[in-house]
Design a protein around this ligand. Structure first.
Ligand code: OGA
Ligand code: MN
Length: 212
């Protein structure tokens, strides 16, 4: 892996225009979307890592609910996941460094008191979906901001796989899972769902958490 993907953990990663757009959209609409959020070298490294993990059987069917009462229900949630740990790869560490910068930026502007970030690779095989849901659990309100970054090369609109957001009181909107696109939304408020696709759909999904 080239050293060029190692990025400094500083809010300098985000240019002024991106920061303004992101913070304005998040505060006024509860969501924000950006294309080309990751450098292509990093997107590619993360996509290969996710595809290799899927091929080697390292990903596990995701459950619904919290750990103690987690049940696998593929008709409701069809992705396979692997939680990230610091040090698992250079690419993951570069991604986590960017997310750390984002955590600091969000705290600086919104006083959210975000203390940690948890994240997993997600792999949806063709036809798999995730029905409409909120990311915040009924019995744990620590998840505050959800982040999804897509890793897919050359995604075409007719391949499906959209993330549909349902902002309260506004028309729903679809985000196509095009590589390096990033979506942020408020975990407690934004109902959303993942539509099935005709090809493998790869992403990194994560949550900034407050103290539980
Ligand atoms: C999730 C989720 C959205 C997406 O993992 O909770 O809603 O577009 N993911 O993958
Ligand atoms: Mn979700």
């Amino acid at each position: 892996m080239p050293n060029s993907i190692a990025l400094p953990a500083t809010t300098d990663y985000f240019g002024d225009a991106l920061q303004l757009d992101m913070l304005t959209n998040l505060s006024t609409h509860g969501w924000s979307q950006h294309s080309l959020f990751l450098p292509e070298t990093l997107r590619l490294a993360l996509a290969s890592e996710c595809a290799d993990l899927a091929a080697s059987g390292a990903l596990k069917s995701a459950g619904v609910g919290r750990t103690a009462v987690l049940t696998v229900q593929p008709a409701i949630r069809g992705d396979q996941i692997l939680w990230l740990n610091p040090g698992q790869s250079q690419a993951c560490d570069a991604y986590l460094a960017i997310m750390e910068s984002l955590r600091l930026l969000l705290n600086q502007h919104f006083y959210l008191g975000l203390e940690e970030y948890e994240s997993h690779f997600a792999f949806y095989a063709p036809g798999r979906a995730y029905l409409r849901h909120l990311d915040r659990f009924r019995d744990d309100d620590s998840r505050t901001v959800s982040v999804v970054i897509y890793l897919n090369q050359d995604w075409l609109p007719d391949q499906g796989g959209a993330l549909r957001l349902h902002p309260q009181g506004l028309a729903s909107l679809d985000v196509s899972p095009i590589g390096a696109t990033m979506v942020l939304f408020l975990s407690a408020e934004m109902l959303h769902e993942v539509f099935p696709a005709s090809r493998d759909r790869l992403s990194l999904t994560g949550w900034f958490r407050r103290r539980a």
